[in-house]
Design a protein around this ligand. Structure first.
Ligand SMILES: Nc1ncnc2c1ncn2[C@@H]1O[C@H](COP(=O)(O)OP(=O)(O)OP(=O)(O)O)[C@@H](O)[C@H]1O
Length: 548
């Protein structure tokens, strides 16, 4: 069971603790049953005015063992599972941070998100059912052994009855599970339609035919959800009733069938009947919790699979101590750089290169190119996310390889076209945060947002405004190379002008090397040099050339 593997992720102790307390709780339970039976037998033989204090003490001790083992079991398993989930979550987040970029892109955002949030939530919410299932299973087996002790024949009969009943009950449970899934699917469809109603409100209002058709579709969905839900509730109720009937049948076999076939001499019917009544609770709990545990088990499998997948994806660059690069470097050089995506089966993927580019420190370089010409791909190679399959990147005479890659990445600050603005500043020392105010002013953001400690006071802004804040963060990092991918595309004409005519020259004055992807042909003169990318090939554009 994957959920048990998950429990042992930090060592075998939690698993042993779980097993130990489940066994203790079951022993307590069986002792309770045996003492009641013994006391009843004594009373039947010696009269009702006799209290056997010895047996009463055993009963109290068994009850105490049962109680404490149960409390410990449920509390401890929850805590152990929670600790295992925390441990794995942190490990997975760390492995994501250190994973190879290309492989991580392949896994996809959705899988990562589901595994780290939804799957862990499913396990946390149902943690007590693991304890319940284990304790109920052991207790049921222990009671069966008690019946075996009372009479081997009764044991065979009850075991057959319990197995048959369990099989019928489990089959009903599987059908219920399927219907439950169906119901969740139908409900998800209904929620999707509801969010369509809000997101597509304008489109729906614009066309009365679409509005009427949408209304009919949603009404049909509502009716269907209602029908499936009713069916699920009926299934739950009939499963419960059938469970009760199976139990009564088992009791009838013990109380009527055994004496009828004159087997009573061999069997103490009253004691066995008490044991059967006693076993019903744990059996019901076992079947119920096994159904719920299936969901936790699937969630545990998902997390553990992702964890081991990520373990194999660790970027080799993260495993070596980075070698430093000269802080006062003069040139970044790309020589014969080539990178190709893996294509679909039998086809070759998009490729860039061979690319030769040499950028002097303090230069402002523009890169232009049509849609799909490979600009973002080149930026990812330049930033060291994609390792070039051919050629070499050099900082002065230092080639960038596994040992220097982390130091190289540390020279670059960037705002990508699909940038993310973090609501707080990470790894910016407190004394440098004061530099944010003039930067916010330079980017005309001082009245829109600001910093409260290391958090932005507002980030629910337009894309252009968020990009300005992302540039503030990039500049606060004080790295010598600034990479901007279509940064000005979302700015209004006034600010775009300000960016090319005032901000870029100011960045140049500060000594920053700027490599910017841009389409703004009115401002091409703001660059020291311009290059054009066409189907993955980079060529220099003479200063006199207008447009592309
Ligand atoms: N992860 C990927 N796997 C396979 N192919 C990719 C991947 N990312 C991009 N491509 C392909 O590479 C080509 C170049 O994409 P890229 O994003 O580098 O171009 P771009 O010049 O930045 O385009 P745009 O200006 O439209 O953003 C496209 O054909 C794209 O489909």
């Amino acid at each position: 069971m994957k959920i048990l593997d998950l429990l042992s992720v930090q060592g075998a102790t939690p698993r042993l603790r779980l097993l130990g307390s489940a066994v203790a709780s079951s022993i307590g339970g069986v002792f309770l049953l045996a003492t009641v039976n013994l006391a009843a037998e004594k009373m039947a033989g010696e009269g009702f005015d006799q209290v056997d204090w010895g047996l009463a003490s055993v009963f109290v001790a068994a009850a105490a063992i049962y109680y404490y083992a149960e409390v410990f079991l449920v509390g401890r398993v929850g805590a152990d599972l929670e600790a295992a989930i925390d441990f794995l979550r942190v490990r997975i987040l760390g492995r994501i941070r250190r994973a190879d970029f290309v492989l991580l892109e392949r896994i996809g955002h959705q899988t990562l998100f589901e595994s780290v949030t939804q799957a862990t939530q499913t396990i946390s919410q149902n943690s007590q059912f693991l304890a319940l299932a284990l304790r109920s299973g052991i207790l049921s087996v222990a009671v069966l052994f008690y019946i075996l002790y009372l009479s081997p024949l009764a044991f065979v009969i009850v075991t057959l009855g319990v197995s048959g009943g369990g099989w019928v009950y489990a089959r009903l449970g599987a059908r219920l599970h399927r219907r439950h899934h169906e119901m969740m699917g139908e409900e998800a469809g209904l929620f999707e339609s509801l969010s369509d109603l809000f997101d597509g409100f304008k489109e729906i209002r614009l066309s009365s035919q679409r509005s009427a058709d949408f209304g009919r579709t949603v009404a049909r969905q509502c009716r269907h959800v209602g029908t499936v839900r009713l069916d699920v509730q009926t299934h739950i109720f009939s499963q419960f009733i059938i469970g009760q009937v199976i139990f009564f049948l088992l009791l009838a076999v013990v109380v009527f069938a055994i004496p009828m076939y004159k087997l009573g001499a061999d069997i103490d019917v009253v004691k066995v009947a008490t044991a059967v009544i006693f076993i019903v609770g744990p059996l019901g709990a076992l079947i119920h919790s096994l159904g719920i545990l299936a969901a936790s088990n699937a969630a545990a499998e998902k997390i553990l699979r992702l964890d081991s997948q990520l373990a194999e994806m660790e970027d080799p660059v993260e495993q070596v101590e980075p070698a430093p690069l000269p802080a006062d470097f003069a040139t970044i050089r790309l020589s014969g750089i080539g990178y190709a995506y893996e294509g679909a089966e039998g086809e070759s993927g998009f490729a860039i290169g061979p690319i030769d580019l040499s950028v002097k420190r303090g230069e402002v370089i523009f890169i232009t190119g049509g849609n799909g010409s490979g600009k973002s791909t080149l930026m990812k190679v330049l930033c060291g996310f994609y390792r070039p399959q051919q050629g070499v990147i050099e900082i002065d005479t230092h080639p960038i390889g596994s040992t220097t890659m982390r130091s190289y990445r540390g020279l670059i600050a960037a705002v990508f076209s699909d940038f993310h603005l973090f609501p707080r500043l990470y790894a910016i020392p407190p004394e440098r945060i004061a530099e944010a105010a003039p930067l916010l002013e330079m980017l005309e953001m001082e009245r829109v947002s600001g910093l409260d400690g290391n958090r932005f006071t507002r980030i629910d802004l337009s894309t252009g405004q968020k990009k300005r804040l992302a540039l503030v963060v990039a500049l606060l990092e004080r790295r010598p190379i600034l990479v901007l991918d279509e940064w000005a595309a979302d700015q209004d004409p006034h600010f775009r002008r300000r960016f090319y005519r005032e901000i870029l020259p100011e960045l140049r004055r500060r000594g920053l090397t700027v490599i910017a992807v841009t389409h703004d042909d009115s401002y091409f003169d703001a660059a020291d040099r311009r290059f054009h990318l066409d189907e993955g090939r980079l060529r220099p554009v003479p200063p006199s050339a207008a447009g592309v």
